[in-house]
Design a binder for this molecule. Structure first.
Ligand code: NAP
Ligand code: ZN
Ligand code: ZN
Length: 346
């Protein structure tokens, strides 16, 4: 058993504090990873602050990890000591059910094991990436391709996978008009990926403050959704809209901007939707959603991002800045992902 430095939340209303946690002894198929960087996802904040109901505490959040393999179990075949690797939102699943076999481990019929706050298949509670080391079974460890730096790659493990998945599924590419709602951690990566896929990309943000950044990241167009004229101007415009917003949203207004056969794909944890039937049946629109991505999809995303030079725009922080970073994410004051330098977990 290895005892390592970490940052944990002990209650929804308490700041995260330094702690020490145990990592299990390596099983034959486990790898030990020295975590170099971990992105701070808005999901960490929803989880820690109790937005999604009662959770087990203390919890070490973090599911956007990159690092180096420092030890491998005796039967590990996929990774070598010294490999550059990543761990995303999933730490385990049954691997044999129909959904796992299709590469949708997030929808495992026996229940997925999330990287933190989940009961693992051995009965222990998983603890995430705000820690110096993690032990993960080899099948749930991704390869970080050469050319992707570990710091800008870290947010791809959730933000990249979560947005690549619906963009790929709904065919974002040349000739397709794709809008991204919310230019935050997920949204800014979505803009980059959709642009790299060859789509015509529109960034939809509340105000005009992120316009220059969005255009620099690859958006062809930018509109402020706080401007009431925006929705009239964009009526029937898009083939695909990706909602990355973490707050209540007027979904009907966005549906009205879909062209014939258009799809509104939800990934943001918008807590509630008002939905008027007329906005769906008109233009035979579809409303869809997805949860993170499975292992094959996540690796495809990493390979795609490496091939197209896509990394996250990051602000690197020390461990003692985690609580401040949470407040800044909640205030949408992040350009565009905080990434923890795990060497500062002392
Ligand atoms: P984030 O960095 O905070 O970005 C969210 C963006 O939403 C903000 O930058 C802001 O964009 C917009 N926004 C915030 N408050 C808003 C409000 N009151 N009204 C309208 N727009 C608002 O968060 P994130 O890390 O990208 O995560 C986004 C959401 O996705 C979270 O709810 C997270 O839990 C969820 N998520 C889901 C999955 C999944 O598998 N489905 C995976 C990861 C994350 P503008 O300033 O541009 O308006
Ligand atoms: Zn996440
Ligand atoms: Zn399964």
């Amino acid at each position: 058993m290895l005892t390592v430095n970490a940052y944990a939340a002990t209650a929804p209303t308490e700041p995260l504090t330094p702690t020490r946690i145990a990592r299990r002894d390596l099983g034959p198929h486990d790898v030990l990873i020295e975590v170099k960087y971990c992105g701070i996802c808005h999901t960490d904040i929803h989880w820690v602050r109790g937005d999604w109901g009662a959770k087990d505490y203390p919890v070490v959040p973090g599911h956007e990890m990159t690092g180096i393999v420092t030890e491998a179990g005796g039967e590990v075949t996929r990774h070598l000591v010294g490999d550059r690797v990543g761990v995303g939102c999933l730490a385990n699943s049954c691997r044999t059910c129909a959904n796992c076999r299709k590469g949708y481990e997030q929808y495992c019929l026996e229940g997925n094991v999330l990287t933190y706050g989940s009961v693992d298949r051995d009965g222990t509670l998983t603890q995430g990436g705000y820690s110096t080391h993690i032990v993960v079974t080899e099948d749930f460890v991704l390869k970080i391709p050469d050319g992707l730096a570990l710091d800008v790659a870290a947010p791809l493990l959730c933000a990249g996978a979560t947005t690549f998945s619906p963009l790929e599924r709904w065919g974002a590419g040349p000739g397709k008009k794709v809008a991204v709602i919310g230019v935050g951690g997920l949204g800014h990566v979505a803009v980059k990926i959709a642009h790299a896929m060859g789509a015509e990309v529109t960034a939809l943000s509340r105000g005009m403050g992120k316009k220059d950044d969005a255009l620099r990241l690859g958006a062809d167009h930018y509109h402020a959704t706080a401007d009431p004229d925006t929705f009239a101007r964009l009526a029937g415009e898009f083939d695909l809209i990706l909602n990355t917003v973490s707050a209540p949203l007027d979904v009907d207004a966005f549906l009205s901007t879909l062209a014939i056969d258009g799809t509104l794909a939800v990934v943001g944890a918008t807590p509630e939707y008002s939905l008027h039937r007329a906005n769906l049946v008109r233009n035979q629109r579809a409303l869809s959603g997805s949860l993170i991505a499975g292992l094959p999809g996540t690796q495809r995303m990493l390979d795609f991002c490496a091939a197209h030079g896509v990394g996250a725009e990051i602000e690197t922080i020390d461990a003692e800045q985690i609580n401040e970073a949470y407040d800044r994410v909640l205030a949408s004051d992040v350009r565009y992902r905080f990434v923890l330098d795990n060497a500062t977990l002392v």
